[in-house]
Write a protein that binds this ligand. Structure first.
Ligand code: DX5
Ligand code: ZN
Length: 216
């Protein structure tokens, strides 16, 4: 099964409620929420109040991608706001094992994200504890960037690592995903596809989601 996780970073924020309601009725399984702190990445996006508000209009899985330094400080609050799954960056936490265990102890699903320049070997020992690995296929911080081709090798590597230990792992790809490359990403082993621009383009959310699904 392939999961679609539209990124609301590309939404029209003055109509966020309406657009999230449309995602709620769509065939997408997750909603990807990009949190940026202007420190880990050179951009600032949204935070607790926004997540809390949209939690009231959908029961879809909130796939919260934290592009923030020291994510361990804010886990409780993200869970309180309605996160179902929290993904933290390998590069942003000195005590990643502790944070993974903390998130799990709160009954929340946990993922680790890797920047394009971070090799997959660093998560080898962590995979047994994870629900998801997120391969960044652009440098995090902005929507609408070009897909980095070597990310495909990294998807294959993580897929093989999971297979080698018989682990059922979610492998998410984030950045530059569109109908032209989505199929090849699934063939490499991805099973959760994030798409921002490709979903919100021309305000044709339903049609764009259908087109991503049809391209699989
Ligand atoms: C980038 C974010 C992505 C982004 C994807 O830092 O993590 O989730 O919104 O946007 P597109 O699909 O436009 O590349
Ligand atoms: Zn993201």
């Amino acid at each position: 099964m392939v999961i679609l996780s539209p990124s609301i970073l590309a939404a029209d924020f003055k109509r966020l409620g309406e657009q999230v309601s449309r995602l709620d009725k769509s065939g997408a399984e997750f909603i990807h929420i990009d949190v940026m702190d202007g420190n880990f990445v050179p951009n600032i996006s949204l935070g607790f109040p926004v997540i809390k508000s949209i939690r009231e209009i959908t029961k879809k899985v909130f796939d919260v991608h934290l592009m923030i330094e020291q994510p361990s400080k804010y886990i409780d609050e993200f869970i309180a706001c309605g996160a179902d799954m929290i993904t933290i960056h390998y590069e942003a936490d000195k005590h990643i094992d502790r944070t993974i265990n903390y998130i799990k102890s709160k009954g929340c699903k946990v993922g680790i994200a890797l920047n394009p320049g971070t090799p997959t070997c660093v998560i080898k020992d962590l995979i047994p504890q994870l629900d998801m690995v997120l391969i960044m296929s652009v440098n995090p911080g902005f929507g609408g960037q070009k897909f980095i081709e070597y990310s495909k090798d990294k998807i294959k590597e993580v897929s093989l690592m999971a297979k080698n230990i018989g682990k059922d792992l979610l492998i998410e790809v984030d950045g530059g995903v569109d109908p032209t490359n989505i199929k090849s990403l699934v063939e490499c082993g991805a099973n959760v596809l994030v798409a921002g621009s490709a979903v919100f383009k021309d305000d044709k959310i339903e049609e764009n989601i259908d087109n991503l699904r049809k391209a699989l």
